[in-house]
Write a protein of this length. Structure first.
Length: 194
């Protein structure tokens, strides 16, 4: 089951609790869309095609999202070799503000095309047409030092859902931001950390 409704991390948690499905069977579309926005911002800043950029965003689909600059590359080079820190931070902030900017511009509600594309990308990974890890909102059970919270993390998907949660080596700042995102989601749901 793929959850697309906002707030997607919280709704994914509610769907897991309501259905009683195993955590591998219910995923949220959050990190997929946010990663696409981060790749677009980096591509624009570097003056390259989005196809030349590899980057992802983890955490919450909202103010606590964590665009992962430490793993991002442009034409297979670390982004720090191409963009200065100020530009990278601007791209991170553009990514975080992206959804709200779309809502402001549309004046009729949230984005529709980008979430549809992100959902299709998840489905293509599940069907085996695309390979590798893709960010998706899943309930963690100790991964990244997080328990009982749904946040976007890299996953390998199959027809059965989440085949593997990939634990990247993040910077200490990125890891702390990811954990704060998990805390914020738990707090909004009234869940205490176990």
């Amino acid at each position: 089951m793929i959850v697309v409704s906002n707030p997607v991390d919280e709704m994914t948690s509610v769907m897991l609790d309501t259905t009683g499905f195993d955590r591998e069977k219910v995923i949220g579309m959050a990190g997929t869309l946010d990663g696409a926005r981060f790749r677009d911002a980096l591509a624009q800043a570097a003056g390259v095609s989005v196809a030349d950029v590899s980057a992802m965003s983890l955490g919450s689909h909202g103010n606590e999202m964590v665009p992962i600059a430490s793993k991002a590359t442009i034409r297979d080079r670390p982004i720090g070799e191409i963009l200065n820190e100020e530009t990278i931070e601007s791209c991170r902030q553009t990514t975080i503000d992206g959804g709200a900017a779309v809502v402001r511009l549309r004046r009729t509600g949230s984005a529709t095309l980008a979430p549809a594309h992100a959902t299709l990308e998840l489905i293509l990974h599940m069907c085996g047409h695309l390979n590798g890890a893709i960010p998706a909102s899943v309930r963690l059970n100790g991964e990244y030092g997080i328990t009982d919270s749904v946040v976007a993390v890299p996953c390998k998907l199959s027809m059965n859902g989440v085949a593997e949660i990939v634990e990247l080596t993040l910077t200490e700042s990125e890891l702390q931001q990811l954990r704060r995102a998990a805390d914020a989601i738990r707090s909004r749901l009234g869940i205490r950390e176990s």
